[in-house]
Write a protein that binds this ligand. Structure first.
Ligand SMILES: [Cu+2]
Length: 273
């Protein structure tokens, strides 16, 4: 069962109030810190792999809830369970596998796509750090009047949730000691708005066996990065439509209708026919 890279995560969860140093060990389900190897993003080193290396990731779930573990950019197969290695004929391609309470799974894939690929639990609140989940929905609520009154008492107060939670990653709110921002991490395109059970697989050409150092941000080849389309800035050019014989049709651009001509514009020059 040889592989080129073999990674192991144990999943655990904690309930630690912001500013506290003492986990509430009697909490059974309402944890607020979701961890890989007792660490949370952005404090988890990326996994690395050379192009076309076979990678195994073993995940054991010590927490009291299931975790649908998801990998971007590749399809994997489940090669191991608590019962041992799976027979090859029993495997099917997956991008997410649920790891139930007390279970372990080994997944394997060929790292054939260079890039930085997210690897995370697919439960959204498991990719967040400590925060009360009982906050009211504030989307669309203008909090300015309230903010003015509160900042008289608490100068550092910042409103949250007016446009959803992504704003959390963009503002650097002062935090109590021994606390992490709910969503954090800076990527090469801006705030990543992630926390908790989130890390990445970095696939690079030319990586030496045994080299586990972080290769940094992936350098995207030219013209492979999505961008916001600006119709004003980019002139649209269209090829002339082809006739069935392959030759281009001549298309007359609509012209200005002469005054008093009730016909649609575009047929100027035909009046004399
Ligand atoms: Cu999870």
């Amino acid at each position: 069962m040889r592989v080129d890279r073999d990674y192991v995560f144990l999943i655990n969860a904690y309930d630690i109030d912001p500013g506290s140093y003492t986990p509430k060990v009697n909490t059974m389900l309402d944890q607020n810190i979701w961890t890989f190897n007792s660490r949370v993003f952005p404090g988890i080193a990326p996994m690395v792999a050379g192009v076309n290396e076979r990678v195994r990731i073993r995940v054991g779930n010590l927490s009291m809830t299931n975790h649908p573990i998801h990998l971007h950019g590749h399809e994997f197969v489940v090669t191991g369970t608590d019962g041992g290695w799976t027979p090859p004929a029993s495997r099917w391609p997956e991008v997410t596998t649920d790891i139930a309470v007390g279970q372990m799974r080994a997944i394997e894939f060929i790292a054939d796509a260079p890039g930085d690929w997210a690897f995370h639990c697919h439960k959204s609140h498991h990719t967040m750090n400590a925060m009360g989940h009982q906050v009211p929905t504030m989307i669309g609520v203008n909090q300015q009047g309230l903010v003015d009154k509160i900042t008289n008492l608490l100068p550092d107060y910042m409103p949250m949730g007016t446009t959803g939670m992504a704003e959390m990653g963009e503002m650097s709110m002062p935090l109590p000691e021994n606390t992490l921002p709910m969503m954090a991490g800076q990527g090469q395109f801006g705030p990543m708005d992630m926390g908790g059970m989130f890390t990445s697989v970095k696939v690079r050409a030319g990586l030496k066996a045994g080299d586990y150092s972080d290769p940094g941000d992936y350098q995207h080849p030219p013209n492979t990065v999505a961008y916001e389309f600006d119709a004003e800035a980019v002139p649209v050019t269209r090829a002339a439509p082809l006739k069935p014989d392959g030759s281009a049709l001549q298309v007359r651009k609509p012209g200005k209708a002469k005054s008093g001509n009730a016909k649609p514009a575009g047929h100027n020059g035909h009046e004399g026919h």
